[in-house]
Design a protein around this ligand. Structure first.
Ligand code: 5AD
Ligand code: FES
Length: 363
């Protein structure tokens, strides 16, 4: 295939300039019956680019799923509001702080606070929580992942000390977006949130699910185009996994292959991006997270939530690591990452353009 004769730089440039039709063709090519050696070459190219900017380091983020209440109703999500079987919980501020303390003692220097869109967490409550975490753990980065809010709310949270924000766009194709979400939600608002967050100064993460219902190579091409326009600092991609109490129950769970291909294409298109190898990828394939790292990913997000609540934060079925304490999970993951030839890194792990000191600053 012609891509394999290009240099890494040329391939990257190509992905940054190609139109929707060409991108759709490339995605189709690598997702269909591509010979194994070309898949290996794709991963190798992604790896070289990751290595150039981040070395073999894999950044650890401590994930705290602090509330499973959600006022939204995304059709694919296990904690959407009309799933009356979902068990709802909400951690107290003290419980959240104790998760941070536990994570800090284990070495984490980034906390990701994630929840459904829980109206209990007003700006006041969330700002005071963020400020308290930043005060107690001044050398840590705080990442929020709490959904769509008004831009003045994002600004207040930023001023309270939040450093980063994760908000997957889910799909950049309007018709596709509308098939996955109820009419009260819109892609336009989602995108606007991401642009506001970036403008305010957050390190921003966008992303989407691979093989979600109604996804096509064309909608994936739209995702690439949106991502290269937005230029987020982080991109979260994991496989869609059906949840039994959603309308998509019973659909096939994908294998890891296409998610891995997409991770590589994204690494090549945006070489400096922070790219998690997700828990969802580890859920559908026992070697999924390692495969993701070998294909260009460089972040993992082990769970620091209290074990008693883990299984209630059920976005999809059969999620892994719901039974282990944070320390056990960490031990297991660290070993796996080292065995795969990478270096676990517990620093804040900022985007390479924002790292201070060290030898990693590059233009
Ligand atoms: N399968 C995989 N990922 C899911 N998410 C929500 N539901 C599912 C599912 N069934 C993802 C969404 C959301 C993130 C927090 O979890 O992309 O943004
Ligand atoms: Fe909660 Fe989508 S169901 S934000």
């Amino acid at each position: 295939m012609q891509f394999m004769t290009k240099s890494d730089y040329e391939f990257s440039r190509y992905l940054n300039t190609a139109g929707k039709k060409e991108l759709s063709g490339i995605i189709r090519y690598f997702c269909a019956e591509t010979p194994q050696e070309e898949l290996s070459e794709l991963a190798a190219c992604a790896n070289r680019l990751r290595e150039k900017h981040y070395g073999r380091r894999v950044y650890f983020r401590g994930l705290i799923e602090f509330s499973s209440h959600c006022r939204k109703d995304c059709y694919y999500c296990g904690i959407r509001k009309s799933n009356f079987n979902a068990r709802r919980y909400r951690l107290s501020e003290e419980e959240i702080l104790s998760c941070c303390q536990n994570g800090y003692n284990l070495g984490f220097r980034t906390f990701v606070l994630q929840s459904g869109e829980d109206s209990y967490f007003t700006d006041e409550r969330l700002c005071s929580l963020v400020a308290e975490i930043k005060q107690r753990f001044a050398d840590c980065a705080v990442t929020l992942s709490v959904g769509e809010r008004r831009s003045d709310s994002y600004k207040r949270l930023y001023d309270a000390g939040a450093d980063r924000y994760l908000l997957r766009h889910e799909t950049a194709d309007v018709a596709h977006y509308d098939k996955l979400h109820p009419p009260m939600m819109s892609l336009e608002n989602r995108k606007q949130c991401l642009y506001s967050l970036k403008e305010i100064g957050y390190q921003v993460g966008a992303g989407f699910m691979m093989e979600s219902p109604f996804q096509t190579f064309d909608t994936l091409a739209e995702d690439l185009i949106f991502l290269r326009d937005l230029k987020p600092h982080m991109i979260g991609i994991g496989p869609f996994i059906p949840h039994m109490y959603t309308r998509f129950a019973g659909l096939d769970t994908p294998s890891s292959g296409r998610t891995v291909v997409m991770l590589s294409l994204i690494r090549i298109m945006l070489p400096k991006v922070l790219l998690p190898s997700t828990t969802a990828l580890g859920t559908i394939d026992p070697q999924g997270r390692e495969k993701g790292l070998k294909a260009g990913a460089n972040v993992v997000m082990p769970n620091l939530s209290p074990v008693a609540y883990r299984s209630d934060y059920s976005l999809y079925d059969n999620k892994i690591c719901t039974g282990e304490e944070a320390a056990e999970c960490l031990h297991c993951l660290t070993n796996r990452i080292e065995s795969a030839g990478f270096e676990p890194d517990f620093s804040r792990g900022d985007h390479v353009d924002l790292q201070k000191g060290g030898d990693l600053i590059c233009g």
